[in-house]
Design a protein around this ligand. Structure first.
Ligand code: 3HC
Length: 326
């Protein structure tokens, strides 16, 4: 049911007085809470965005979880383990926030498993070396923070509040990643080469995380009016480039884009657009790891069936006992 509703989001709903009053609340900076009236389109696009965000956190555990057993030191292993656990927690806060909009957790999982709901394109790329753990923390979590810090001010209360803790943890992840990069860049020539290679492979996909260019963004205009999104895709992408290029220079790495130059007039770096054909192919399911990632999630769901059954049986038994006692 929700898949259909999500797809029809943005359709020509009739504009009513209630919509006008709702928009006035948004414009005044008020938070919208779960039981309050909201336009159907607002609710549906929130389910779509929060659901997609939750799935990204959970699928995002896979490329890094892959390296826990191979971390080079005990400290790095403990840090990576903590990071991957944090991502699971972020998924939980976000699924809970989505549930307040009337969608069930099972429906959300079903939409992920059936391919009806997306997760971030970035997690369809492989993590080939330990340096990728540095690049993912530095660039992927770095891009995530750039997008999510403004979402702390988003108009939907449960989403905004979930973002506060998520952002604190993502900041730790970003620093952890940068620290891995710094260590490798100050290490042997081979380690420096690995760090450069990781940056080369993750730069374009990190830029794509912000979504298509503004002219191709379907949801931006309405979602910015509703303050579900606080900035446009291109604004955040530019901010990310402006902050990340000097960090790469500090590391002694070259951003894989010959066109990058500081534009004095604009007060920003000029940079090349990522490969949008590649982006849309990844969204269609044709990225290097789409099949593997989705299979891993579906297997986890199937293999966890006995846990869910046991929990439900336990809950039923407790309820029965309570009824008999009362
Ligand atoms: N990956 C996958 N799909 C993407 C995408 C990406 N990087 N960027 C855009 N899309 C999809 C949109 O979902 C939309 O498809 P749909 O209509 O089928 O849902 C389509 O492309 C058009 O894009 P729009 O710009 O119109 O879409 P949005 O307005 O929703 O903007 C967004 C996309 C900027 C990602 C926005 O949804 C957003 O800010 N989401 C919340 C943040 C989020 O989900 N972050 C995930 C990052 S990963 C993460 O946080 C994990 C951590 O561990 C690093």
């Amino acid at each position: 049911m929700y898949a259909q509703m999500v797809k029809s989001e943005g359709s020509n709903e009739k504009h009513t007085e209630q919509d006008t009053a709702f928009q006035a609340r948004i414009d005044a900076g008020e938070k919208i809470e779960p039981k309050e009236w909201m336009p159907e389109g607002y609710r549906r696009t929130l389910i779509r965005q929060i659901g997609q965000h939750a799935h990204s956190e959970v699928v995002g555990q896979l490329p890094e979880g892959n390296w826990i057993t191979r971390a080079p030191t005990l400290e790095r292993k403990a840090n990576l383990l903590a990071k991957v656990q944090d991502e699971a927690g972020h998924g939980l806060y976000l699924y809970c926030a989505a549930e307040t909009l009337g969608v069930s957790r099972d429906e959300l999982y079903d939409m992920l498993h059936s391919g009806k709901m997306k997760y971030s394109s970035i997690f369809n790329y492989p993590t080939l070396t330990w340096a990728d753990m540095g690049a993912v923390g530095w660039l992927v979590d770095g891009a995530a923070i750039m997008n999510q810090v403004p979402l702390q001010r988003t108009s939907y209360g449960p989403y905004a509040r979930a973002m506060v803790r998520v952002c604190k943890e993502e900041s730790f992840h970003q620093r952890q990643g940068f620290h891995i990069m710094m260590t490798m860049c100050n290490g042997t020539d081979d380690q420096l080469r690995m760090a450069q290679d990781a940056l080369n492979r993750f730069w374009g996909p990190a830029l794509m995380m912000f979504g298509p260019s503004d002219e191709n963004s379907v949801h931006s205009a309405q979602n910015m009016a509703w303050k579900i999104k606080m900035n446009s895709n291109d604004e955040l992408r530019q901010k990310f480039v402006d902050e990340t290029v000097p960090q790469a220079e500090y590391l002694g790495l070259s951003v894989p884009d010959d066109t990058i130059t500081w534009n004095e007039e604009r007060g920003h770096y000029d940079f090349a657009e990522p490969d949008w054909n590649e982006f849309f192919e990844v969204l269609k399911g044709n990225g290097p790891c789409n099949t593997e990632r989705l299979e891993a999630r579906k297997n986890a769901w199937d293999e966890g069936a006995w846990v869910r059954d046991a929990m439900m049986a336990h809950a039923e038994k407790r309820a029965q006992r309570k009824k008999m006692a009362g």
